[in-house]
Design a protein around this ligand. Structure first.
Ligand SMILES: Nc1ncnc2c1ncn2[C@@H]1O[C@H](COP(=O)(O)OP(=O)(O)OP(=O)(O)O)[C@@H](O)[C@H]1O
Length: 216
């Protein structure tokens, strides 16, 4: 379980996140929704341990972000908005490269299966020749190599076609339910959030988002 209590983040005098408390249960997909600048990426960065809160606490399966940082990090997968893969490597070479950086060992067959599971079949193809959707799938596959319990996704389907969106969504739902992975997912596409997520976490004060998520 992910437990966030009274989380606050200031940048200088500006309060971006203010006393935010919520939790996510194993197997749940939660949609993180809010207007531009509401603090969605900031929240994901705090949960990914990339930045530190001004105050408040976060715990993952009882491990405190403050006191058990190394153990916590092993359990987190983070996919930022920007795609970060090696363009001149093939899919296979990327997976093998990132496996070597991971804390646990995965066989080549397991890495291959991970790509197949999300309908990424271009194993021997150079990344520079892949479509945007295929690159996003690879980015996601890389974040799952170390089998995280908590997966943080910052607009993972932005700019990709409907088929790839649906395939990514189906994969994430399977993953959440079968592996009990907790997923926090940001998107500006409220239809997608409604299709994919069990629940919505709304941040910011924009009345448009407040009114829209009322109907979920
Ligand atoms: N390192 C930083 N220093 C100062 N201000 C920052 C920093 N990072 C983010 N901000 C500010 O915090 C606010 C929230 O930014 P954030 O990127 O978290 O919003 P967001 O909800 O993800 O927006 P979007 O939907 O546009 O991606 C913005 O006003 C941004 O300018």
């Amino acid at each position: 379980m992910l437990q966030v209590e009274h989380l606050t983040k200031h940048f200088g005098q500006t309060n971006i996140i203010d006393q935010l408390s919520f939790s996510i249960e194993p197997g749940e997909i939660v949609g993180l929704v809010g207007e531009n600048g509401a603090g969605k990426s900031t929240l994901l960065q705090l949960l990914a341990t990339i930045s530190k809160p001004t105050s408040g606490s976060i715990a993952l399966h009882g491990l405190s972000y403050q006191n058990d940082l190394k153990k916590v990090r092993k359990q987190i997968g983070f996919v930022p908005q920007d795609i970060a893969v090696w363009d001149t490597f093939t899919v296979e070479e990327n997976m093998i490269f990132f496996e070597k950086l991971a804390w646990n060992h995965r066989s080549k067959e397991e890495l291959h299966n991970l790509c197949q599971d999300m309908n990424l079949f271009q194993w021997k193809q150079r990344v520079s020749t892949l479509s945007g959707g295929m690159k996003r799938k690879l980015n996601l596959a890389i974040s799952l190599i170390h089998q995280p319990n908590l997966l943080l996704l910052d607009e993972p389907t932005v700019g990709i076609d409907l088929k790839s969106r649906i395939e990514i969504g189906q994969y994430l739902r399977r993953r959440a339910k079968e592996e009990q992975t907790m997923i926090l997912y940001t998107s500006h596409d409220l239809d997608e959030i409604q299709r994919l997520c069990d629940r919505v976490l709304l941040i910011g004060n924009d009345p448009f988002y407040r009114d829209s998520v009322k109907f979920f």
